[in-house]
Write a protein that binds this ligand. Sequence first.
Ligand SMILES: NC(=O)c1ccc[n+]([C@@H]2O[C@H](COP(=O)([O-])OP(=O)(O)OC[C@H]3O[C@@H](n4cnc5c(N)ncnc54)[C@H](OP(=O)(O)O)[C@@H]3O)[C@@H](O)[C@H]2O)c1
Length: 322
Amino acid sequence: MNEPRNLLLLGGSGFIGTHLAFTLANRGWQVSVPCRRPHRHRELLVHPNIRLLEANITDPAELKSLCQDQQAVINLVGILNERRKGDFRRCHVDFIKAVVEACSACGIRRLLHVSALGADQASGSSLYLRSKGEGENLLHTFGQRGLKVTSFQPSVVFGKNDEFINRFAGILSWYIGFFPLACADSKLAPVYVGDLVAKIADSIDDRGSYGRRFTVCGPEVFTLRQILELIITTLRLPVRIMPLGKGMSRLQAVVLQNLPGKLFTMDNYRSLQTDNICPDGGSCETSLRQYLEGLAAMSGNKRDYDRFRKDYVQDKIPEAPS
Ligand SMILES: NC(=O)c1ccc[n+]([C@@H]2O[C@H](COP(=O)([O-])OP(=O)(O)OC[C@H]3O[C@@H](n4cnc5c(N)ncnc54)[C@H](OP(=O)(O)O)[C@@H]3O)[C@@H](O)[C@H]2O)c1
């Protein structure tokens, strides 16, 4: 019988991380998920191959001790907004240095990392994208001798518990009338989380992926406006989109970034100035349109369900709505 293999999943308590933890555990990996508030992520404990630990992964000594006896490390730690100035650098650059050092000190030979589509140290349109790019460059520069690295650059990711579709659906459900939308024409190629985590899990033992950076996109390209219209149609909401011009989009960002929850910031605005689509087209199959229609059919009436079954040959059953 094969020895069980250990894998340290950094950022495993987040949206993508939780899906990845279950996928890896189902494939036989013993997955350790260190996080700050384990009591919030107890759903991970239902799988016998997942170990949830309380740890401060930003402490280099603690990180090294977590890396002991692991065969591979995957890093998903990332933030979309800074709470304090310098958070992007700490989270996306300094932390990568610490991860590479810890892997080298513990003799780990395999490190995978999730970056973001459009990440570019020199010309990223936002601090988020530049810091993601710098971290990824660092990983590929220092992770050459001994350590085999692979990184993934997904467009926006959707699926159960995502912060994108769910957040907009939540806001739009409270709305009646015209919804003012910033950056309505920005293009995105949404990726299903199940497709992304399967790609990551497949790459661990794939020598052909060593040293490579993969862009990851879904099969469709939408504008932000089209995605919101899809949500509105799916949920049958009494809302219409009112696209904002550049000036009003910036004003909305300035106002919202100063409110609790930071729904939209100037840095988010800058990220959306670059289309979030793969130059060579999508590499993942699951369609956002089909996923949303599937969810609506499952929670809607019989006529919706019959239409959905007639229109689509489904080889992937959508998850129950969260
Ligand atoms: N979701 C998307 O659409 C998308 C698209 C492109 C790229 N990405 C990238 O994919 C990665 C995962 O995204 P996600 O959507 O799963 O994000 P998420 O749900 O916000 O999860 C982020 C993870 O990072 C951890 N983390 C953040 N700051 C930390 C800190 N200072 N110390 C310790 N842990 C920290 C969080 O831990 P806690 O649970 O303790 O907070 C959580 O486990 C990120 O790097 C993101 O940039 C995501």
